[in-house]
Design a binder for this molecule. Structure first.
Ligand code: ZN
Length: 334
């Protein structure tokens, strides 16, 4: 048996260490990390955000700017509190096996005539049903909120037998999004969720958190469709269906309309990729070309094609014919 580790080195985003696996298990027990994620020993950005939420809840010190820029390491006190909890372990409900294939995969496309207008897609408001764990308590000033940021969740969400028995299949699935760091979510089953009020400060998009509305679109998609090397975790990506595409468009339309009603001057749509080096494939070519390009044409939103802030990369030509860089972020024809 290996000796028990008592001193974890300072862990930064991208680092691999066996304690990271233990930290992920502890975060899952605290309801701060999605349970579908493979628990390898690499400190991925989702884990980084979950660690910060845990630190905030326990009032453990962590510089906010360093967290949002994914700079520096996880404070030792945070690692220590998670790996050596002195209180009782949090109660674990729903610990039976997660089921991923009990709601339809919709792998086939639906024609427009089989699918109602976007305005008929209902938005389920679940924002009042849960605490905001991955964000700040006080809301943002509406005049500061200008931008929609698109994300892929990089996982398909499953439900448990006990949750389905208690809440029904749809309700169980919606509850899985309580701790997803976003404002609006578009689901593979075609549902749209308001997860957190649009003025909430949510940790979804690194340096864009203060001025953006984060939209998470369910599923794992390639950075560049057809190139397996650009898929997060080298897994098999999902098939983007019309059903999900329409839900995602409806999510953007809802965020723009409802945000403007709240006084937010929303004019731009960008990708998480623009704001963090760790998110090169987020949301990926298929979601960008089917959702953001649509929003530019139909909703009149603008894209800053050169935007690449704090290690992020600009929108690439593989996603959008107006892109001026390649997937790696290198200027074209340069
Ligand atoms: Zn993202």
């Amino acid at each position: 048996m290996p000796p028990i580790e008592t001193n974890t080195p300072a862990l930064s985003v991208g680092d691999a260490h066996r304690d990271v696996t233990a930290l992920k298990h502890a975060l899952q027990r605290n309801g701060l990390l999605e349970r579908e994620r493979e628990l390898d020993d690499t400190l991925d950005p989702e884990t980084w955000t979950a660690l910060y939420s845990y630190a905030e809840a326990r009032a453990l010190a962590w510089d906010e700017e360093a967290f949002e820029q994914e700079e520096g390491g996880v404070p030792a006190a945070v690692v220590d509190a998670l790996l050596n909890p002195d209180g009782p372990l949090p109660f674990e409900d729903d610990d039976d096996e997660l089921i991923f294939d009990d709601y339809p995969d919709f792998a086939t496309s639906f024609g427009d005539e089989q699918w109602p207008e976007l305005s008929d897609i209902e938005v389920f408001d679940i924002s009042g049903e849960h605490e905001l764990k991955k964000g700040k308590k006080s809301p943002r000033a509406p005049e500061k909120i200008t931008t929609i940021v698109l994300h892929q969740t990089a996982v398909k969400f499953g439900t448990t037998k006990s949750a389905r028995a208690k809440y029904g299949e749809r309700g169980a699935l919606h509850r899985r999004f309580y701790n997803v760091a976003c404002h609006v979510a578009a689901l593979m089953n075609g549902d749209v969720l308001l997860v957190n009020g649009l003025r909430r400060y949510v940790y979804h998009g690194n340096s864009s958190n203060r001025f953006s509305i984060g939209i998470e679109i369910e599923g794992l998609y390639a950075g560049v469709a057809g190139d397996p090397k650009t898929v997060w975790g080298k897994q098999e990506p999902h098939v983007l269906t019309d059903r999900l595409t329409f839900a995602a468009r409806r999510a953007v339309q809802y965020a723009v309309e409802e945000g403007r009603k709240l006084g937010c001057p929303i004019e731009h749509i960008q990708a998480h990729r623009n704001y963090a080096s760790s998110r090169i494939s987020d949301p990926g070519s298929e979601l960008w070309s089917n959702v953001a390009v649509w929003a530019v044409a139909e909703l009149g939103l603008k894209v800053d094609y050169s935007l690449a802030t704090k290690g992020g990369r600009a929108i690439p030509a593989e996603w959008d014919r107006l892109g001026t860089v390649d997937y790696r972020g290198k200027p074209l024809g340069g």
